[in-house]
Design a protein around this ligand. Structure first.
Ligand code: ADP
Ligand code: MG
Length: 375
């Protein structure tokens, strides 16, 4: 069913962090009214909405009441209980769907589902007790909590037998909470990601691929240029298209990849919503990931994506905020986004900035700039 909504319609967004906030800013420029649902009474998204409800993500009654007050529901938050999400889908209009989210919110299920679609991932194993750990997988490997992880939280890298012994207490502590996934470590040449969008009619559009650098598990920078390998682009787009179609996506989805030194392309994880590595699209593309998501869920056709300029996006974490004025002076051509999230905790994403430059001819130039900023 294609249900086209027009300016004045009410969009309900579950989750009012920075992704919700930027979705709201896109929706409002198009004339929609935005209502948020989030447990945090000082959520940054609330600043830019017509209204909000403070409630827990597992408060079934409150959430079901909320979704009935809007014309269309979307989510930026992934950890909603599966059964509750399906109730929301039955009682309200949720074109974004649940298939991708339900297959992606638990790491073992995510990799199993991807492999079933013929999409390669790292080798993995479910760990429920410490003796399940398979040292024959080879070192290094990474143990991760199967649910609720983000920005590298709940992950332990193990380098050797000795390291495993040293970290066994920390591993036991994680296991006391939930099962873990043991993943072979991918000695990648680089990490890449793509934002894919799909509309109600099943049309798919791809945003340009970005090359991402992580620091301590948190995205540090994304680089986007015009010189990305065409063969690699075709492979990554084919995988993204398969995920969007099989996952019955409506809206945007971010897909993270490892590109191995041998050129193998493995999917690391999927995020069925706007994604940090797609923030560059606000300044560098003719349509942003947020615009495209709002177009899709309101039943409008997607816009053909063009990269206007090569771009470098850098995250601003809590520990960087005290140097904000210095950064602004150093990059007078950058657009700074500050989310106004409150407490500037170390490693917490507080904002980002994007430098676009038509003279960046290749990714190596951008990478060099990015490296100099890392210190
Ligand atoms: P999160 O949900 O916290 O983003 P990820 O699985 O994406 O979790 O891990 C965060 C980062 O840690 C990745 O972007 C990558 O840099 C590194 N990493 C995670 N898993 C692996 C792996 N199997 N091999 C190599 N690096 C990894
Ligand atoms: Mg990730």
């Amino acid at each position: 069913m294609v249900n086209t909504l027009y300016p004045g319609a009410k969009i309900g967004i579950i989750g009012a962090g920075q992704l919700g906030k930027m979705l709201a800013q896109s929706a409002q420029k198009m004339g929609y009214q935005v209502y948020f649902y989030d447990p945090n009474p000082t959520s940054c998204g609330f600043d830019v909405a017509q209204g909000h409800t403070v409630g827990n993500f597992d408060d079934r009654e409150k959430l079901l009441d909320f979704v009935q007050t809007v014309d269309v529901v979307t989510y930026e938050f992934e950890n909603i209980d599966g059964d509750l999400l399906q109730e929301i889908e039955a009682q309200a209009y949720l074109p974004q769907g649940t298939t991708l989210l339900l297959n992606g919110q638990e790491r073992i299920k995510e990799k199993t589902w991807l492999n079933e679609q013929g999409i390669p991932t790292t080798q993995y194993k479910e760990i429920t007790v410490i003796d399940d750990i398979d040292v024959d997988m080879g070192y290094p490997f990474i143990l991760k909590t199967t649910r609720f992880g983000y920005d590298g939280k709940g992950q332990i890298k193990v380098d050797s037998d000795h390291d495993l012994a040293m970290k066994s207490e920390a591993i036991q502590n994680l296991l006391a909470e939930q099962p873990l996934i043991q993943e072979a470590y991918c000695d990648f040449a680089y990490e890449a990601s793509i934002m894919v969008a799909r509309d109600l009619q099943g049309n798919i559009k791809y945003f340009p691929i970005s090359i991402n650098q992580h620091e301590h598990g948190v995205l540090f920078s994304s680089l986007v240029g015009q010189t990305f390998d065409p063969e690699m682009t075709a492979t990554i787009e084919a995988i993204a298209g398969k995920i969007a179609a099989a996952g019955e996506l409506v809206g945007v989805c971010g897909i993270e990849f490892f590109v191995s030194r041998a050129g193998d392309i493995l999917v690391n994880e999927i995020a069925p919503r706007p994604h940090n590595s797609g923030h560059y699209t606000i300044e560098a593309c003719n349509v942003s990931q947020f615009d495209q998501h709002i177009l899709a869920i309101t039943g409008h056709p997607l816009i053909d994506v063009r990269l206007m300029e090569p771009a470098l996006m850098i995250n601003i974490l809590g520990q960087h905020l005290p140097r904000l004025s210095e950064g602004m002076a150093e990059f007078p051509n950058a657009i700074f986004h500050i989310y106004n999230k409150g407490e500037a905790k170390t490693q917490r994403k507080m904002g980002h900035f994007t430098i676009t430059n038509p003279n960046f001819t290749d990714l190596a130039d951008l990478l060099a700039i990015s490296q100099t900023l890392k210190t």
